[in-house]
Design a protein around this ligand. Structure first.
Ligand code: THU
Length: 140
């Protein structure tokens, strides 16, 4: 990983520590890098009504919108726990792909998503994770 990637993954890892995931005990952190260098993070927030739980990426994108951002998304990092599953890189769930696409398409970017695993960081474009995406451009 280069310096920028390392910094973004570290921010996501730190965010994961703030996750509220008492039900799954699967703590996820996400970090978004914008074209002005800003990094916005999020972690998953679960709910006693399980289906209402929010993923880390969704929380991060919501924060970004709340700060007035409407594009400029260059890179995303997603980090899960190291002691769960098979250690394979974690990829954003389907709903989060769509949510990430909203802010990406608004600014006309196709961010690289760093999917972090125990031994590997997989770099995938959002357009590869969500091909033929429906987005704001369809509505204008
Ligand atoms: N989770 C995320 O936060 N991001 C993902 O991309 C996949 C799943 C969360 C949702 C839930 O709180 C926990 O991980 C287990 O599914």
């Amino acid at each position: 990983m280069n310096e920028t990637e390392t910094k973004l993954v570290a921010a996501a890892r730190k965010a994961a520590q703030e996750a509220y995931a008492p039900y799954s005990e699967y703590q996820v952190g996400s970090a978004l890098l914008f074209d002005d260098g800003a990094i916005i993070t999020g972690s998953n927030v679960e709910n006693a009504s399980y289906g209402l739980s929010l993923c880390a990426e969704t929380v991060a994108v919501s924060r970004a919108f709340g700060e007035g951002r409407r594009g400029g998304l260059e890179m995303v990092a997603v980090v899960g726990p190291m002691d769960k599953g098979d250690g394979a890189p974690i990829t954003p769930c389907g709903r989060c792909r769509q949510i990430l696409n909203e802010i990406a398409q608004l600014g006309g970017t196709d961010p690289v998503v760093l999917c972090v695993g125990n031994e590997e960081v997989r770099r995938v474009l959002l357009s590869e994770l969500l091909p033929h995406a429906f987005g704001p451009a369809h509505l204008t």
